[in-house]
Design a protein around this ligand. Structure first.
Ligand code: HEC
Length: 187
């Protein structure tokens, strides 16, 4: 009796676990799929609500950046909740244009905002090879930038490739894929 109960519990546990693993796994390319795009839209809605993007954005002090991000950048980070998962997000506004200066960005942000690059720490197991980051490059209206092949830049962006978000950020100190930050201050 006890044995069969144990077997039953194990089976239920195993099935639930397998279901979860299967749900996390994605067929096909590591980024730009329908699932990635729809997740990026949910994430965008949360970012708008939290005033991390969009017209109500909390303005931070612009600083001089470098390629491939903007010439001038603003950056925000905090914890947010997407689909019941609460974790840290880094949001980088990338400003570019001729003769860029910080005051131009302060006075006329919309004219120079070219992209919003975001890293959101997903559920454990989302991408264990790369610290479970979700990478996304939005246009100012929340739609997605694409790579030269037309793939939407959302998901495990350019995983396994020689160039792109993961390939470059893997070189950041500390093994956390973050160049400017450590997430520890929010733990
Ligand atoms: C060729 C290298 C390179 C590529 C490719 C790259 N980044 Fe970065 N990224 C950096 C560097 C360097 C910094 C820190 C310096 C700065 O602020 O510009 C940074 C900073 C960031 C930050 C702020 C958190 C941090 O690491 O400090 C985010 C968010 C970010 N990048 C997202 C992305 C996303 C999303 C992509 C892909 C669409 C991407 N990056 C592609 C080099 C890269």
């Amino acid at each position: 009796m006890i044995l069969s109960l144990v077997i039953l519990i194990c089976t239920i546990g195993f099935t639930a676990c397998m279901k979860k693993t299967t749900a996390m796994k994605q067929e096909g390319p590591p980024f730009g799929s329908k699932i990635d795009v729809s997740y990026s839209q949910k994430l965008w809605d949360v970012l708008v609500k939290e005033k991390l993007v969009g017209p109500g954005i909390i303005r931070s002090v612009p600083y001089d950046g470098m390629e491939p991000h903007g010439v001038i950048l603003e950056q925000l980070s905090t914890k947010i909740e997407v689909n019941d998962h609460n974790d840290i997000v880094y949001v980088k506004a990338n400003y570019m244009g001729d003769g860029m200066t910080r005051s131009k960005v302060v006075n006329e942000p919309a004219a120079y905002l070219k992209a919003i690059t975001v890293m959101f720490k997903r559920e454990k197991g989302y991408d264990p090879d790369n610290k479970d980051w979700f990478w996304v490059k939005y246009k100012p209206d929340g739609t997605l930038h694409t790579n030269p092949k037309g793939m939407a830049l959302a998901g495990r962006v350019a995983k396994g490739m020689d160039a792109g978000c993961i390939a470059c950020h893997v070189d950041a100190d500390g093994g956390d894929y973050l160049f400017n930050n450590t997430a520890s201050h929010l733990d």
